[in-house]
Design a protein around this ligand. Structure first.
Ligand code: SAM
Length: 216
């Protein structure tokens, strides 16, 4: 089951092959810690490679030039820790994982220690952690944290300064986009997810001039 899932993930995002060893360590730790704390939905445990690793890897594809990231509400590290592993060989890379749950933050530190992922874990709320980081980052990511309008509010200042926002959204993406457009003037680009036919990545980039849909 797990081997099939791994093969499927590598097909969806071939770049994962470059960090396959690290992801194997990550998977092992995730399974061990999951017995004690609820890191991911139990029904996704048979599909860690597609549902979590490949899904997360799409964030970096959406902002491939960014090496300095903040990931909001990282949980078990998705997408931020996967972004960090993919950037491991970039000298300047740093991903700030912001996760207020202390036990999840301890898990994130354990994975980063074992895999050498270039992360800094901030075990505090986004509202507190973000202001001192805002001038050091080029992109912000988030998955399964809050509706898009709330994410835009949390990230408003850096987004206005040109930091890119990469938000992984599920089936409700269209309604969330409509609500976010009511409270902001940002241009939104939507990208079809390759792990779920009805999911999208929503990218905010101040430099883009119009709303743009990259759905296939
Ligand atoms: C539903 S989980 C999603 C985790 C991960 N991003 C994923 O997609 O698997 C949301 C996470 O955000 C964290 N969180 C919620 N509000 C937060 C805040 N204001 N600051 C930091 N972390 C927060 C929670 O502790 C939780 O781990």
């Amino acid at each position: 089951m797990s081997d099939d899932n791994r093969a499927a993930a590598l097909e969806i995002v071939p770049a994962l092959a470059t960090i396959e060893r690290e992801l194997g360590i990550y998977e092992g730790l995730l399974r061990r810690w999951q017995a004690k704390i609820n890191l991911v939905a139990p029904n996704t445990l048979n599909e860690i490679w597609v549902r979590h690793f490949a899904d997360s890897a799409q964030a970096l594809e959406a902002a491939p030039n960014a090496t300095l990231w903040a990931d909001f509400g990282s949980g078990a590290g998705f997408p931020g820790l996967v972004t960090a592993l993919l950037l491991k060989r970039e000298e300047s890379a740093r991903v700030h994982l912001i996760e207020s749950d202390q036990r999840k933050a301890a898990f994130l530190r354990a994975v980063s220690r074992e895999t050498g992922a270039p992360v800094e874990v901030h075990a505090e709320r986004i509202e507190k952690a973000l202001p001192p980081l805002a001038s050091q980052i080029q992109a912000i990511s988030a998955r399964a944290l809050a509706p898009l309008d709330r994410l835009v509010e949390l990230a408003r200042e850096p987004l206005e300064k040109g930091v890119k926002g990469v938000f992984l959204k599920g089936e409700e993406w269209r309604d969330e986009l409509t609500a976010a457009e009511r409270v902001s003037n940002f241009k939104f680009e939507t990208i079809q997810s390759r792990t779920h036919p009805r999911a999208r990545l929503i990218v905010i980039d101040k430099a883009s001039e119009a709303n743009f849909d990259r759905t296939e």
